[in-house]
Design a protein around this ligand. Sequence first.
Ligand code: ADP
Length: 169
Amino acid sequence: MSDGKRIGLYPGTFDPITLGHLDIIERSAGLVDHLIIGVSNNPAKNPLFDLDERIKMVERETAFLADKKGIAVEVRSFNSLLMTFVEEIGASVILRGLRAVSDFEYEFQMTAMNYQLNPNVETVFLMADPSLQAIASRLVKEIAIYDGEIEKFVTPTIRDDVLTKLGKK
Ligand code: ADP
């Protein structure tokens, strides 16, 4: 930790950022002195939006936090092992959102492995807001591909980005 400040990392693919992510970001920001949103390159997941696009979307969608709530978040990309990135940025806490039992198995295993790699870093889970817990980036994309309405899951600007990317606008 640098100068006694608690740095938290919220990592994800954010392909694209959803209202569920934004809720976790806002709540996480209240738990740490400085929140870094880590956008994972993750080519294995074959993202719809490339890394630069995802970073710009996260920056744009979180700008209101600084304007309206005085919460400054930093957006960084990473292409390495999560724990390597955590050490590089001096974070002491990893923040994750938990939607359902289905998230739990994977997160439980990953947290245990990360703890072996660096026991000084704690992973903190925030329960998804019940009204947002069904939202997943993967489903947002699937719904949009089949011409379903995604306005309840993402901001209007992200909705535009998804429709444009899919050639539906
Ligand atoms: P990853 O590839 O790391 O799963 P995601 O972008 O899918 O990246 O998710 C990043 C984090 O946000 C994960 O901890 C995930 O559980 C959480 N998350 C995703 N959607 C929601 C939601 N609707 N509510 C709460 N947390 C969520």
